[in-house]
Design a protein around this ligand. Structure first.
Ligand code: SD4
Length: 322
């Protein structure tokens, strides 16, 4: 069995030879199934998703179960178990999922459940609603048989206690800060249907009650089976204010490639935000035809692409180095 470490080593070699824009996945090679996700932990999550897609499974199942790998991994410090808490020491989770029919489910400010993405899917499938938050989300999760558990690890508790000594809060961190490792995933299955998921514990040491873009349909995730899908990572406030993922899918509908649309999404933020140099946002998109694109404000945003032959970690192009 390939370990997480072996994946990363393999992926690092790939990064040396492939940069985005020139890789085999761009510009609609029509490959499917295909799964893509944000950051290096996307590699292990992609593998899980791939196992489902390969057997003819639905993209929806792939994106739900794929991101659960990151949710369960204590080393992934912005997602699920081991995620960094808010400034009061609570790990609060935001998560959403969307399928090929345009159905969507979402939870926000959910605490003490290891797999918020699974709760979001239940919201989509078992309720007439799209989004349930806080205490209501807790009650709903319990009613669906999910079990509460403490998500703060020894490591994340220690880091938080260290942070408390100065308690300097700034979400405006440059690229590659470990604050940025929300997992967003997009997949197309053998039938050609698209789905997407996004799950996070949000910005580290955020205000208690703060909700980011990750559970907001249209901000961190949007899927339109006729066109494509897009997702986000980074400072959620900027993604929400520009309704980033919806924008990117609409631009693809108008004919832009996945990468051009992601770049335009980034430009909207840069134009409006004078402090863009201190803000990282990364977008990832998948056209219905298999076109993969990514773009970020700063260097450092990486994404993982699995097409069955390879599971590669790629560097996104970025505005700062344009
Ligand atoms: C948020 N967008 O809560 C998330 C954080 C993130 O990678 O993406 N980190 O704003």
């Amino acid at each position: 069995m390939t370990t997480r470490r072996q994946f990363l080593i393999g992926a690092a070699a790939s990064v040396a030879t492939l940069s985005s824009g020139s890789h085999a996945f761009s510009q609609g090679n029509g490959r499917r199934p295909l799964v893509i996700s944000t950051w290096s932990h996307g590699l292990a999550s992609n593998q899980k998703a791939w196992d489902i897609l390969e057997q003819g499974g639905r993209a929806l199942d792939a994106v739900e179960q794929g991101v659960q790998v990151a949710e369960a991994d204590p080393e992934v410090s912005s997602v699920g178990y081991g995620g960094r808490p808010d400034r009061e020491g609570h790990v609060t989770l935001d998560s959403c999922i969307m399928d090929e029919k345009g159905n969507a489910g979402s939870v926000a400010f959910l605490q003490n459940f290891k797999h918020p993405i699974a709760v979001a899917r239940k919201v989509m499938e078992e309720t007439p609603h799209v989004m349930i938050v806080g205490q209501g989300a807790r009650q709903f999760a319990l009613s669906q048989g999910f079990r509460e558990e403490d998500l703060l690890t020894e490591e994340s508790r220690k880091e938080w206690q260290h942070w408390l000594k100065t308690a300097e809060y700034s979400p405006w961190k440059p690229a590659n800060d470990p604050n940025h490792d929300t997992i967003s995933m997009l997949a197309v299955d053998q039938a050609g249907d698209l789905s997407g998921s996004c799950t996070t514990s949000g910005l580290a040491y955020k205000m208690h009650g703060r909700v980011g873009d990750s559970p907001i349909i249209g901000a961190a995730l949007f899927v339109d089976n006729d066109v494509g899908a897009a997702c986000a990572t980074g400072v959620g406030e900027e993604v929400m204010k520009t309704v980033g993922s919806f924008l990117i899918v609409e631009l693809m509908r108008q004919g832009m490639s996945a990468k051009e649309a992601c770049r335009e999404g980034v430009l909207r933020i840069v134009k409006k935000n004078p402090d863009w140099k201190n803000t990282q946002v990364g977008y990832l998109a998948l056209g219905r035809n298999g076109d993969v694109g990514a773009y970020a404000i700063h260097p450092g945003f990486q994404y993982a692409v699995h097409d069955g032959q390879q599971n590669l970690l790629l560097d996104a192009d970025n505005y700062l180095e344009e």
